[in-house]
Design a protein around this ligand. Structure first.
Ligand code: SF4
Ligand code: SF4
Length: 383
């Protein structure tokens, strides 16, 4: 059970359908047997920014509602829904995100707390790179953490599911500081691996009823998948997501780090699939981020150009580009940019490319999808 990944076909967000499948998972789960009236439970949804549920950026309220109901059925009385978005983390911003995402209303109706106090504290970490993290207070005080990610593609990490969702346990712009500290994907992946081993969720339940494909996690398009995935092993759940969308686990920086450390397998084993096993297959035509490249870059070059491949690869690296026709000059990208390399002039954003570390936080946070992901030489070499 601990390593199994349950696949549940859920054609839409009708509450009774979602409730039934979440209840099925809780009935199977060994971890759920430890729940009681005194257990403090934290639900960690994906609340990246202020988006309505139909945009497929945030975890759908019916999934959060179903989990709260399953917990209450087991006598749990202290249920907190907590997350920190991509930009500033203030009570006013959390109230506004709670309202637009529909999660504040679900919490009100079901008797859970939607956390808006925005307090955090330091905790020790026995990581490879990190020896301490600042985490949201409810996460530190919880006895039982349920990770509730949305299935999305991601321009920096290729996919985002259970492990990457935990980045939101770090308050506000401290996430940007970590991007700044670990600009290389490899080290950023190691940091996320440390974070996941520190937070250590007891359960992960992934919302893939309406998922995101393309240039996610906010700028992609909605893709109906019609699935919920659930596991007590967050690494296996993320491997299952790679299996579904057709991404090699080694191309996801935090999974690559986990594979190297031996805490995660190299690929999903379908023997671990439970529930609706016929849904455990690659989804045809799932659109990956523009920058996703399956093969080693150097294999793509004609032999007479291989000597120049490092320089070409550097130039072909995906980068953010402002579409000034769409830009409304709101400044959200400049606020989040860890390198402070975005200026707003004449109500338009301008990126100074020399300082850019290609973290794509600006792309994630732009409310009008005005930041594209471009590859200057990528198309020429089919990278
Ligand atoms: S690019 Fe997007 S986030 Fe940046 S100022 Fe323009 S509209 Fe705002
Ligand atoms: S410009 Fe965008 S991608 Fe570049 S460092 Fe700033 S936030 Fe990251």
């Amino acid at each position: 059970m601990r390593n199994s990944v349950f696949f549940y076909k859920v054609p839409n967000y009708q509450q009774e359908l979602v409730d039934a499948r979440i209840e099925e998972f809780f009935t199977q789960s060994k971890a759920a047997k430890s729940l009681s009236s005194s257990t403090k439970v934290v639900l960690k949804p994906n609340l990246l920014a202020k988006h309505a549920p139909d945009k497929a950026v945030t975890t759908h309220p019916s999934v959060v509602c179903a989990v709260i109901r399953a917990l209450k059925k087991r006598g749990v009385e202290q249920i907190t829904v907590a997350d920190s978005p991509g930009g500033l983390y203030t009570p006013a911003i959390m109230k506004s995100i709670g309202q637009v995402s529909g999660l504040a209303e679900v919490c009100r109706q079901e008797g859970a707390l939607f956390y808006t106090d925005c307090e955090f504290a330091e905790t020790q970490a026995d990581g490879k790179l990190m020896h301490r993290f600042n985490l949201l207070k409810p996460v530190l005080e919880a006895d039982f953490i349920i990770d509730l990610p949305k299935m999305k593609t991601h321009v920096m990490t290729n996919v985002t599911a259970g492990v990457k969702n935990l980045f939101g346990t770090i308050p506000g712009l401290q996430k940007a500081e970590l991007h700044m500290r670990f600009p290389e994907k490899e080290y950023f992946g190691e940091m996320l691996c440390d974070l996941c081993l520190t937070v250590h969720p007891q359960m992960t339940i992934l919302d893939a009823v309406a998922a995101m494909e393309g240039d996610g996690p906010a700028g992609g398009t909605v893709r109906h998948v019609g699935l919920l995935l659930a596991s007590e092993n967050v690494w296996n759940l993320d491997l299952a997501v790679c299996h579904l969308v057709g991404v090699q686990a080694s191309k996801v920086p935090y999974l690559q780090a986990a594979i190297k450390r031996g805490v995660c397998a190299e690929e999903f084993s379908t023997a671990l699939c439970e529930g609706d096993k016929d849904a455990c297959h690659k989804i045809e035509g799932y659109r990956l981020p523009s920058g996703y490249v399956e093969m080693d870059f150097s294999n793509r070059f004609p032999f007479f150009l291989r000597w120049a491949s490092p320089a070409i690869v550097k130039f072909a690296t995906p980068r953010p580009k402002v579409d000034s026709k769409k830009c409304i000059g709101c400044g959200k990208c400049a606020e989040i940019c860890p390198k402070q390399t975005i200026r707003i002039s004449d109500h338009k954003a301008k990126i100074i490319p020399a300082n850019c570390i290609h973290c794509f936080c600006c792309h994630e946070m732009c409310p009008v999808k005005a930041i594209d992901v471009v590859r200057p030489l990528g198309a020429l070499f089919n990278l």
